[in-house]
Design a protein around this ligand. Structure first.
Ligand code: COA
Length: 447
């Protein structure tokens, strides 16, 4: 069977940054550690005044095509995943293709373009679509370009304001991929939920605490569903577990839940029994409330054990490196987590080919998906090609007043009366230049 998976990745961050402990926390009257330790975030990326989901997506896609030496005829699909679209009809992929056509001789007229929507899980769904298209043999030897791009902004004063972010991840999905092969097996946990939504509005209505519970519930169901087809998951089957990361503190909770679930009825649970007892079983309790209280107490003890902490340090913590510096990129977040894991493998000089990742995606509304990925021969060269460290170092550090201005600039319905100067100088990139006669957004490549 032909291997299908991710052949190349490019990451494009918004060019501004908001320092959470030093700029955001003092304005909110909060202890900086609420952000650095509680949520697990140091900075969020923000788009400069000439950046948006199209520029970040097109810039990531162009870097990817240039690095791989691709021309438009090599691409048979362009799928964009976003929850920040500004157009209810024309997909963002057409805007991105239009940008790319400014700089390549050829065009994408024979590529199938679309837009995927299911909150943050849409990036993974777009990869699925590409995978299925290739496996079905409809691709004519071409690859699919998947772009997960978002400006994850919340209304000013919303608790989610601390977890904002902006950036794009472009991925090339192909036969015989260089980075990872995707498993055929997948598990889903999907229910109609009202935890985070944008009914005809730019900024989300969020029940943040509820969304955290829904994330955990759907992720557990997805893991159970995955195991029903792939067989029982063992901790040592996986080198890393990149999960959707709205903020690292969320993954900390998900990891503990996944660990408890995975070790149940295994020798690891037996080994830990002497230290913290066996996991509570529902049948042993009079009612659900008593059982849940026992579970909470057990989890508090479980997270202090050496066994859990060492697994977390090896398999989960390394997936959070970039997220701590960029915040939530919605559809791109799990793909940023995968990239962080692969960068960690380089830093540790791991002999990594053939190893497996357990990837968990989640989108509010709500759906979780779990699948496995197997690392391929060319992974190191591809990941070494990323320039994300240089991008993050070059970000302009916003003052509080500048942050307020930038937030206003990116609020579609807000009339910003004064002209706000850009904070960085565009160079060799696509920029937003204004609106056309049908209210379409317009873009230009700055050489
Ligand atoms: N030192 C260390 N930790 C601290 C702290 C301090 N001084 N102050 C607070 N914390 C911890 C809290 O204990 C909490 O961690 P815990 O959940 O493990 O107990 C964490 O920091 C966040 O504090 P909290 O008071 O819960 O923050 P909040 O009410 O302002 O909002 C969210 C947190 C996540 C609900 C909010 O950011 C949000 O709505 N985000 C958007 C929705 C989202 O991302 N959902 C996730 C699913 S996709």
């Amino acid at each position: 069977m032909t291997a299908v998976g991710i052949d190349a990745i490019e990451i494009r961050s918004g060019k501004l940054k908001l320092d959470l402990p030093n700029t955001f926390a003092p304005q909110k009257g909060d202890d900086p550690e609420k952000y650095t330790k509680g949520l697990g975030l140091n900075n969020s990326s923000f788009p400069d005044v000439y950046e948006d989901i199209v520029t970040m997506g097109a810039n990531a896609a162009k870097s990817l095509m240039d690095r791989k030496g691709l021309v438009p005829a090599d691409i048979g699909r362009i799928d964009v995943a976003t929850e920040s679209a500004f157009d209810h009809s024309k997909p963002v992929s057409t805007y991105i293709a239009g940008c790319l056509e400014q700089v390549y001789d050829d065009d994408f007229r024979h590529a199938n373009k679309g837009e995927r929507k299911f909150a943050c899980v849409a990036g993974t769904q777009a990869i699925d679509d590409a995978y299925n298209w290739i496996k079905a043999g409809r691709h004519r030897g071409r690859a699919a370009l998947v772009v997960a791009t978002d400006t994850a902004l919340y209304a000013r004063g919303d608790p989610g304001e601390a977890t904002q972010g902006a950036g794009a991840v472009a991925m090339l999905i192909s036969e015989d991929p260089s980075i990872v092969e995707l498993s055929t097996h997948q598990g889903y946990g999907s229910m109609d939920e009202t935890d985070f939504l944008k009914p005809n509005q730019q900024f989300p209505s969020v029940d943040g605490k509820r969304s955290m519970q829904v994330y955990l519930a759907r992720m557990r169901e997805a893991l159970e569903d995955y195991q029903s087809v792939a067989g029982k998951v063992h901790l040592d089957d996986f080198a890393y577990a990149p999960f959707h990361t709205p903020f690292p503190g969320m993954v900390r909770k998900a990891a503990l839940l996944a660990y408890r679930h995975i070790i149940r009825d295994t020798e690891i649970e037996d080994d830990l029994a002497g230290e913290i007892g066996r996991q509570p079983r529902e049948d042993d309790y009079e009612d659900r409330e008593a059982y849940e209280a026992a579970i909470r107490e057990h989890m508090d003890e479980l997270k202090t054990t050496d066994a859990y902490q060492s697994w977390y340090a090896d398999a989960v913590e390394p997936t959070l490196g970039l997220s701590r510096e960029v915040g939530n990129w919605y559809t791109g977040s799990v793909h940023v987590a995968r990239a962080s894991a692969l960068r960690d493998a380089i830093a540790k000089d791991r002999d990594f080919v053939g190893e497996t990742l357990l990837v968990g995606s989640y989108g509010s509304g709500a759906q979780a998906e779990i699948h496995a990925e197997t690392v391929r021969e060319g992974w190191r060269e591809e990941i070494e090609g990323l320039d994300i460290d240089a991008q993050l170092d070059a970000r302009y550090d916003l003052s509080w007043e500048e942050y307020e201005d930038v937030h206003d600039v990116h609020e579609y319905d807000k009339d910003v009366e004064r002209e706000i100067e850009e904070f960085t100088a565009p160079s060799e990139e696509f920029v937003f230049t204004g609106w056309g006669r049908m209210n379409e957004r317009k873009y230009e490549y700055i050489a």
